[in-house]
Write a protein of this length. Structure first.
Lengths: 138, 69
């Protein structure tokens, strides 16, 4: 591979690893606990989504430039696609719920939490994958 | 409309400019070395500002570095 990874690439890789790990932890927990409890037990992992970028993006001794115009352009495209994937999924899920329950139907509050937290993982995963792909393409 | 392909002579210009390294060029124009690698491989088209900075570093015109194919 040419050169070393940029900070943005490292950040994307760590986010991808984290979201994959999160999904594995959640799936493993569902084998021992109910879906509801597995979800609650895996929630503390969300803290790492907030902390990781600060750890990865801190300035190194030699690398003064953290992100240039190419990095920012890739980051912008990846973020846009990440959020677009969330909205498409969210709209699809809401439409399915409305068709299933009707407009007067109710859904548990926890279903919304699942959608939102799942959406967070989806945004991070898509953004990380798109970032890594765009770095390979140019 | 067909997208224009822009090629460059950055590698050659670096060589002409006292065999400047990618790292030195990256520092001089304020980008990462990975961006210089992507530019030399024609995988990335720079902004006008970056192209002008490079022209100033190499002491040539922008057209000497970037050509539309």
């Amino acid at each position: 591979m040419e050169g070393t990874m940029t900070k943005i690439e490292k950040n994307a890789t760590s986010q991808l690893v984290l979201s994959t790990l999160h999904l594995i932890v959640f799936i493993v927990l569902t084998q021992f606990y109910s879906l509801h409890h597995a979800f609650l037990l895996s929630c503390p992992l969300f803290v790492f989504y907030a902390i990781l970028p600060f750890i990865i993006m801190r300035k190194g001794k030699n690398q003064e430039i953290l992100a240039d115009e190419r990095d920012n352009s890739i980051n912008k495209k990846a973020s846009t696609l990440g959020f677009a994937s969330f909205w498409v999924t969210f709209s699809a899920v809401v439409t399915v719920i409305l068709f299933k329950n009707g407009t007067s139907g109710m859904i548990p509050v926890f279903s919304l939490l699942y959608i939102l937290f799942g959406g967070m993982v989806l945004i991070y995963t898509v953004r990380a994958v798109v970032t890594l792909i765009l770095y390979r393409l140019g | 409309m067909k997208k224009l392909k822009i090629i460059n002579t950055i590698r050659k210009q670096r060589f002409n400019c006292n065999e400047m390294t990618q790292e030195e060029l990256a520092k001089a124009v304020g980008v990462t070395r990975q961006t210089i690698i992507a530019l030399e491989a024609n995988r990335y088209t720079p902004s006008l500002a970056l192209a002008l900075k490079m022209a100033r570093i190499f002491k040539v015109s922008v057209e000497d570095i970037f050509q539309v194919v």
